[in-house]
Ligand binder design. Structure first.
Ligand code: NAG
Ligand code: NAG
Ligand code: NAG
Ligand code: NAG
Ligand code: NAG
Ligand code: NAG
Length: 304
């Protein structure tokens, strides 16, 4: 069922909270009433927003006779921390979680700018949490060129998250011009769990990509597939652009929201194609100045 199709419409969603406790940094109670104002404006009446996806420099591809990746790819002057140098294997069935974490630790403790680099190939990953704060006060950039495949079983995810970034400032997660894919493989087990309305022993929802207490950054040019639960979650985040992020799951897959925002401020969601089994974009309490532009939603339950 195509619950809604939104195309060539700009949606500007502003959530005003009846208390200003968020701005004051006080935790926002779950049951606080929230006023939601949604204004639909035809695209022509809205000021043009810059196409952020063209702001990146051209990627210099390694030439055929130099198989080594170049020292710098996207972010000149930054040292690359390649997960395969830390033991990750791009064969689709060697669990590379600990290698990814070792590469992250090295990048995060590097005194200067660093990039966590995930080359082409298929990497199998269990839950990984990339934590800050980092030594130079800024998150390493994350450049993904390959495909990340989640462990299929729910039991592997006790913390209900697959890939989590937390306590970071100044982050960039990008797939560049290559298509970077995060496949959570929800169809293997997660979607077959009993629904919580029918059973008390119902599933835990595992989020594919969670940002928790992350400020200032850009998430772009990645594709997420087949979430076990929500695909992208922003919680306690501020000032983040997310654009050209395609999210795909079957229309009948349960609880596979595209992007969920809660207790966050200044999040721009633009230029993305979201087709999932639940809400394309959902906005929870405690969120202020959340903009949703140029989103193609369908199948899905719309934006709310
Ligand atoms: C590190 O990154 C920041 C922000 O992108 C930039 O202003 C700074 O020049 C970079 N430092 C080096 C040594 O490249
Ligand atoms: C949020 O992250 C910053 C690092 O960016 C850290 O210094 C701060 O303690 C974190 N706050 C909470 C409440 O975890
Ligand atoms: C995010 O993108 C904006 C616009 O291109 C840029 O000004 C900003 O420096 C970027 N932030 C990071 C952390 O890369
Ligand atoms: C998103 O889908 C559009 C249309 O199919 C495609 O042009 C674009 O490259 C995709 N982006 C990513 C990051 O997959
Ligand atoms: C979000 O978009 C609005 C309108 O284009 C812009 O004013 C604002 O600076 C953007 N926010 C971020 C975090 O880039
Ligand atoms: C929301 O946006 C308005 C208008 O740009 C700004 O005055 C206000 O400070 C913003 N609030 C937060 C919490 O970012």
């Amino acid at each position: 069922m195509l619950a809604s199709r939104i195309s060539n419409i700009v949606i500007y969603v502003t959530l005003l909270c009846v208390t200003s406790s968020v701005a004051a940094g006080i935790p926002f109670p779950e049951n606080d009433p929230t006023i939601v104002q949604t204004v639909l404006v035809p695209l022509k009446d809205f000021p043009e927003i810059p196409d952020l996806s063209t702001d990146y420099p051209e990627i210099s591809e390694p030439s055929a006779d130099s198989p080594e990746p170049p020292e710098t790819i996207f972010f000149p002057g930054e040292q690359l921390f390649d997960v395969t140098d830390y033991g990750a294997v791009a064969d689709g069935n060697t669990d590379s979680s600990s290698a990814f974490l070792s590469a992250w630790d090295a990048a995060c403790t590097h005194a200067e700018n660093a990039t966590l680099y995930i080359p082409e190939g298929e990497f199998l990953l269990g839950p990984v949490t990339f934590s800050g704060p980092c030594s130079n006060g800024k998150s390493p950039n994350v450049e993904i060129r390959g495909t990340l495949m989640a462990q299929p079983e729910l039991v592997a995810f006790p913390d209900s998250n697959w890939i989590k970034f937390k306590q970071l400032n100044g982050i960039s997660v990008t797939g560049g011009k290559e298509e970077a894919i995060l496949d959570a493989r929800g169809g293997v087990e997660a979607w077959k769990q009993p629904s919580c309305s029918k059973s008390e022993k119902c599933k835990i929802l595992v989020s594919s990509l969670r940002f928790s207490n992350v400020s200032n950054g850009n998430i772009s040019n990645i594709a997420l597939l087949n979430g076990k639960g929500f695909h992208v979650v922003f919680q306690d985040c501020n000032n983040i652009n997310i654009y050209n992020v395609n999210i795909t799951a079957p229309g009948d897959s349960p609880n596979t929201d595209g992007i969920h925002v809660s207790q966050s401020t200044e999040i721009n969601i633009t230029s993305s194609i979201i087709g999932v089994g639940d809400d394309c974009v959902s906005i929870g309490p405690g969120s202020v100045n959340i903009s949703v532009f140029r989103i193609y939603c369908g199948p899905g339950h719309g934006i709310r």
